[in-house]
Every structure is written in C-alpha cells, then in structure tokens.
Design a protein around this ligand. Structure first.
Ligand code: AGP
Length: 614
C-alpha cells in the first residue's frame, strides 16, 4: 500500500527513485510520481502518471529526462480522490516550492483544507496529502518559519497516520522525513542518504538502515542524517545492518513471486523450525515469558487480519488441544472496537507477516492498554508490530513480495505449533513423548512438503478443469474448516472467483441450497478423526449434482475416491501438522486458476501487500 522512496546525494536521483519504486510495486498501487530539484532550472520538477510505473519510467526515459541529485518518489494506492495524474504524489504547494509524498491518511484534512481555502490557498487535487504540502508552505512562506519549524508546526495540526517525504526548492540538498503510525526507514549510504517505506527499495544501495519511530523527524543530507524526537530534540538512531540478499526479493527465473514463494516454503520452514528444536524440546531465541507467567495464564487471545487471522483460527484448535488454555481469535479490525475482555492474565498473540498492518497495530496497542502481555509472530524484522510487542517470535520466511501470502502463512503456523509445544511442556498438558512425536513430524514437514511440490502438474490439471467456474465452495470440519478459510481467500484474492468456506456441518443449515448441478465444491478431508463425517458431506453435495475436488491424506485417498470427482493428496503426518501440508495444494490450485484466467497474480486488483490504512 503506497510506497515512498527518497534520495539525496551526488548521483542522478531519478534512476535511483525509479529503481526503488520498482521494488515497491508489490505493495499495490495505481499511480506513481517523482519530484527532483533541477539545478539548471533552479526549481522542483514533478512527473506523475496514473497506471503502472512503466508509464512514468517511459515518460522519464528511464530517469534520463529529469536532472537532479535530490528527489522523492511515490507509488500511490488511492484513498482520497480517484487514481489520476493530478491526485498522484508528489503533491506540491501552490507556490511550487514544497513537494510531499505521503503514506497513510490525514483524518482532519477536510477541516485543514477549509482553513487554507479561507486563507486564499488554491487546491488542485482531491487528496488529503495536498493539505500537508500547502500547510508547510503556509507556515514556511506565509509566516517565514524555517523549513524545519514549518514542518514541526504542520505536524501539530495533522491528525491520522502518515509517513512523509518532503522536498523544498529552497533547500535542494536536503530531504525531511516524518513518521507517525506508518512505516519509514532511513538508509545510510556513502555520500548519500535515503528514505523508504520498505527496506527492499534501497537495499541495492545500502544495507545500513535506521527504523524511524512514531513522532520522529529526520533531516537527510548527503553527509548524514540528523534525527529528532517529537519535541524536536536531537536523538541518536541505532543503525541496523540488513544481511539478507537482494536476490531473495527477486523472481529468480520464476514467472511470478507467488509461485517462487510457494516453492520456497520447505526452505523457509527449515529456517523457522530447525534451529528451535533440540532434544525433543523447543527453544526460542531471546524468550522471556517465565514458567510462572505461563502457568498463571487464564486465556490466550490471537489477533490478526486476513491469512494471519486464518493461522489464528488453526491456532485456536491447536493451542487449546495442546495447552488446555482457552483461546479466542479476533479479527484485528473488530477487536479494537469491541470493548474486549483482556487483562494481565491474558496473553495476546498478534500475528502479522508484514508487521505493519494498521488494524493489527491498533489492536496491539489496545491490548497493551488493557494490561495484556503481547507476543507477536512476525516476519519482517524491525517492523512496527515487532518493535511495539513485549515479545517477538520471527518466522524467518525471508522477504515475501506477492500480495497473496504463502510462505508467510506456513511459517506462522509452524511458530504457533512450536509455541504450543513450549507451553505444553511448561504446563504439563502434553507428555514428553507426545511433544517428541509432534516435533519429529515438524522436522519432517519440509521434506513432505517437497513431495507435494514435486508434482504441481496434478493440481494444474484440475485447475484447468475448473478455472471457468464463477463460484467455489470450500467445506471442512475442525482444522479442515480453518484450512478452507485460507484456501478460499487465496482463490478469491488472486483469481477474482467468488468463493466461500463453510464448516461442513453448517451446510444443511442453509448453504446447501446453493449446491446444484456442476457446482464446484472443494472438500477438505485431511483430519483423520472426522474423515467419516467429511465423507458424508461429500456424499451430500454429490447427491445434489456438485463436482467434488477433495483433499485428503495418501492413506485415505482410495476411500475418498469412491465418492469425490477427483482427489488431491498430501503425505500422512501428525494431526497438528496437517494444515501446514494441506495448504500447499490449495495455494497451487488458486495460483493455476488465476494463471489460466489471465490475472495479475502478484499484484491483484484493489489489494496491497501491507495494509497501512484502516
Ligand atoms: C493474504 O494473502 C492477504 N493478502 C492478506 O489477507 C494478509 O494476510 C493480511 O492483510 C494481513 O497481513 P499481515 O500478515 O502482513 O498483517
């Protein structure tokens, strides 16, 4: 969702900005733009275009057409005002002196706009961001404050979430960066400095980064970066070295990031699981929940959005079974407004791949306000959620670029299981042998997943049979229902096929009326204890004319084949590992359906990788 990049140095800025923006394309956007200071013309030059970055890049001849060594760039995901050239960022003050790129939402923009209009300031766009540029100019040019003071005065008036990159024609050797509730990082280069919403945008140029905290302001020059807290007092920023390779964020010969990331899952799981399992026990790095605290817990509350929420739904089944502690799962967007019953005897587990989802962050803060201890399961190291949590467990999946999460989901699930074993050992709710059995299967998971991934053509074939269906139902019980939620989301978000997931037992309470000749039902029947029930539901929908694509384990495939139209299989494994394996054929099915329907798989319409607005 919206991307920001900024550069100040001695090189031509525009090619660096375009390169950086191309690395942010995965976040989702509908228009792009850059502003650079041109020494020849002694003015800001702004270039913006609706549509793909390629349109902007062509306009700028890959960067050659815009001269200047200081600049800011942006990919916009429209919130206020339709996607258009004029609404794209950078937004510029009417004097043409102040250019601003912005991620987030200025909640009181209407009121501020009214004030500025009453002061005679003309507006050109419908965006909330233009208000920021105009307000800085109002204080800078109208009240003759210094640029930094004008920014500071503006911030006092802004309500909402924002990451800002600011360029002023009168100060062409500096950029100003501001962060509140929307991520922004600083990059320290040799004779240059960067700002970006995501480390991937600048990794090609520097590996030394600083994470801005809420309320902080930074002034970037080619000689370094000065940081200030919300009181404008100078602060020291910790510089962190990023050690993952840029190749990890490239396609590496695959047609789509999503397919690459599906294929990377076994390796990601090895990184996530193996270092944490020793001698039949789980060891977490830097873990500080005491045994006494765990034993005194009354409740676990899992909070997340989207696929991370679906991990939470599996987590409820798994953690309750392993720990016998009651587990609630809440959508983050609901939790923050539902007057939740959470206190210091509740462990809140926040799950987020990006670590930047605004709803999840808001729920985390609400949980902390209520006195809960917050443990987060996060992929992106140093992300906002990771930094605000009391305790973080990283998933170590590596950079995930495709909007549809795959390795993010499977590694989150692995961490939930490891957490369950850890707690169960402390609580005595699983025997030592039961823990060993589960952990042994978790160590076998990457290899078994490789077996599933070795034959994507089977799933591709069935996708080719069904990709034209307009509607698909996923049914299952217990963890198969939880798996259905994720399978259904995967399909709808990338292929635009309507799909729903139902707990199979609910069919007869209404949904079965939708089943008719040729309806596609994906029946998830991996959970051994309820296999007979799953079979009955297959019979039920078949009797009403449905085509049933079933998923089960190898040992039950023959039985399932007696009824289902087609059967996909996964290797047999421990019950608590089944969803981790079962999700893979579902990811591939969604991928192939989207491919056959000609969809933009890595960047589905209207979606963003990290949802940093409410
Ligand atoms: C998953 O495929 C989705 N794109 C989306 O539901 C995602 O899981 C959700 O936005 C939560 O993101 P997070 O894990 O980064 O917080």
């Amino acid at each position: 969702m919206c991307g920001i990049v900024g550069y100040v140095g001695t090189e031509q800025a525009t090619p660096i900005l375009l390169e950086g923006l191309s690395r942010l394309e995965y976040r989702g956007y509908d228009s792009a733009g850059v502003a650079v200071y041109s020494r020849q013309q002694e003015a800001l030059r702004v270039y913006k275009a609706k549509g793909r970055l390629r349109v902007l890049s062509d306009m700028l001849q890959g960067g050659a057409a815009a001269d200047g060594t200081t600049g800011i760039g942006h990919t916009r995901w429209a919130t206020h005002g339709a996607p258009s050239d004029v609404n794209s960022h950078p937004q510029v003050s009417h004097s043409g002196k102040i250019a601003v790129v912005h991620n987030g939402i200025i909640e009181n923009y209407a009121e501020l706009k009214e004030f500025l209009l009453s002061e005679g300031v003309p507006f050109t766009s419908e965006t909330d961001t233009e208000v920021v540029a105009q307000l800085i100019a109002y204080f800078y040019e109208g009240e003759h404050l210094s640029l930094l003071e004008a920014v500071g005065r503006t911030l006092l008036r802004l309500e909402g979430a924002y990451a800002l990159g600011i360029l002023c024609a009168d100060a062409p050797d500096k950029l100003i960066a501001v962060r509140k509730d929307s991520p922004l990082i600083l990059g320290y280069g040799e004779g240059c400095s960067f700002l970006a919403s995501d480390v991937t945008a600048i990794l090609r140029y520097t590996r030394e980064v600083g994470y801005m905290d809420d309320g902080e302001v930074a002034v970037l020059t080619r000689d370094g970066i000065a940081c200030y807290n919300y009181l404008m007092q100078p602060i020291e920023k910790e510089i962190i070295h990023i050690d993952w390779e840029i190749d990890a964020a490239e396609k590496g010969g695959y047609e789509h990031f999503m397919f690459k990331e599906i294929m990377e899952q076994p390796e990601a799981l090895r990184r996530c699981i193996f270092p944490r399992v020793r001698d039949g026990a789980v060891y977490f790095e830097d873990f500080h929940l005491s045994d006494d605290y765990i034993c005194a817990l009354k409740k676990i509350c899992i909070i997340a959005c989207g696929s991370s929420y679906h991990v939470g739904v599996v987590g409820k089944y798994h953690l309750e079974r392993m720990t016998r502690i009651p587990v609630e799962v809440a959508l983050a967007s609901e939790f923050r407004y539902m007057d939740p019953i959470v206190d210091s005897s509740t462990l809140v587990v926040v799950i987020s791949q990006s670590g930047e989802t605004l709803d999840t962050m808001a729920a985390l803060r609400e949980a902390k306000r209520l006195g809960a201890h917050v443990l987060s399961i996060v992929n992106v190291v140093g992300s906002s959620i990771a930094r605000e949590s009391d305790q973080v467990l990283y998933t170590w999946a590596g950079p995930e670029i495709a909007v549809a999460t795959t390795k993010g989901y499977s590694t989150q699930l692995a961490v939930v299981n490891l957490l369950g074993v850890y707690f169960a050992r402390v609580l005595g709710t699983m025997t030592a042998q039961a823990c060993v059995d589960l952990l042994e299967e978790m160590l076998l998971l990457p290899g078994k997943m490789e077996q599933v991934l070795a034959h994507p053509e089977d799933i591709q074939y069935w996708a080719s049979q069904y990709f034209n269906h307009d509607s698909v139902f996923y049914i299952g019980r217990n963890v198969d229902y939880a798996l259905g939620l994720e399978a259904s989301l995967k399909l709808k978000e990338i292929s635009y096929v309507h799909s729903e997931a139902y707990a199979s037992g609910e069919l007869k309470h209404g949904t079965i009326s939708l089943v008719e000749d040729g309806t596609l039902v994906v029946a998830l029947g991996t959970y051994g204890r309820l296999f007979e029930k799953a079979m009955s539901n297959v019979v039920e929908v078949k009797a009403r004319g449905a085509d049933v694509l079933a998923l089960t384990t190898e040992s039950r495939a023959a039985e399932m084949a007696k009824t289902a139209t087609a059967v996909l299989t996964i290797p047999d494994t421990h019950e608590l590992v089944l969803p981790s394996l079962g999700v893979v054929p579902m990811q591939l099915f969604a991928y192939y359906v989207a491919l056959m329907r000609g969809c933009d798989i890595d960047k589905p319409r209207n979606l963003a990788k990290s949802v940093t607005v409410e």
